[in-house]
Design a protein around this ligand. Sequence first.
Ligand code: HXC
Length: 283
Amino acid sequence: DDDRDPRTFQTKTLASQKVFQPDIFKGKVLFCTGGGSGICYGMVQQIMRHGANAAIMGRKADRLNGAATQLAKDANNGTRCIATPGDVRKYDDLKAAVQKTIEQFGRIDFVIAGAAGNFLAPLDGVSPNGFKTVQEIDMLGTFHTFKATIDEIKRTHGVYIHISATLHYTAIPWQAAASSAKAGIDALSQSIAVEYGPFGVRSNVIAPGMISGTEGADRLTPKGAEQMVESRIPQQRIGVIDDIANMGVFLFSDAAAYCSGAKFVVDGAAQHFPGPWLPYPDS
Ligand code: HXC
């Protein structure tokens, strides 16, 4: 009963729903920054399908409210989603969002630190404020998310997922600000795992490769170059949001009970094959 697409080798039904029970997260609560769109929206969607309630945080209140309504409708399993608008650069916004989540749902078990800011620019063209802005959204925003949730996560023996990247494993031009912030996020996640492991807390990084339907891919893929990009990825396709969401479901599940302080790269092996030095033989 192989239901995989012969070209992409992707299952046609949602992988996490085939692999995991629909109620594995029943009674759990997810708090997600950046949940209004893109990868984080897709992660919240799948985690709610497995029974969790969710709170999403982002800067654009209108988009966030619409997303929260849509997420609850999609899940269609009695779970709820609330919008907690705010800017991760402001610690008070995080504290208010976390407080609202606990008031509504009584607890927080899972945290996704996903809010990110990024732009393409040569490093000497980035102003001090431009560099600071990316660090404040990505790096400081991730610390704020940790700081506002850690007491609750210690209490519930919860789990952090930090959304990073693979950019900084090597380097690509015009991404220095985001790359250095993501390197810091990897380090912070590891520190959380080490310091709070004894409290039953786990902390991991997901490092997505190129994922279609996201702002990151829109900015980094030259228009019309999708086929060329795909030919350079060993799995021969750009990733989809569900690829990351499936990893999120696994990492929050008890199946990942001994996974902490780790970086989970989901990129179709792209990080190991940066250049098209030789074409693939016909396959
Ligand atoms: C150079 C730029 C710039 C650009 C902004 N700046 N865009 N510098 N090139 N293209 C500078 C501004 O000139 C200003 O500095 C400073 O950055 C702050 O800009 P603002 O527009 O005032 O900031 P703000 O409105 O807060 O917007 C933040 C932002 C923006 C990061 C600049 O792009 C944003 O809101 N992005 C959110 C969504 C997002 O980026 N998502 C993509 C994530 S993708 P001066 O000196 O002029 O005051 C991702 C994946 C990475 O993270 C990995 C991919 C594989």
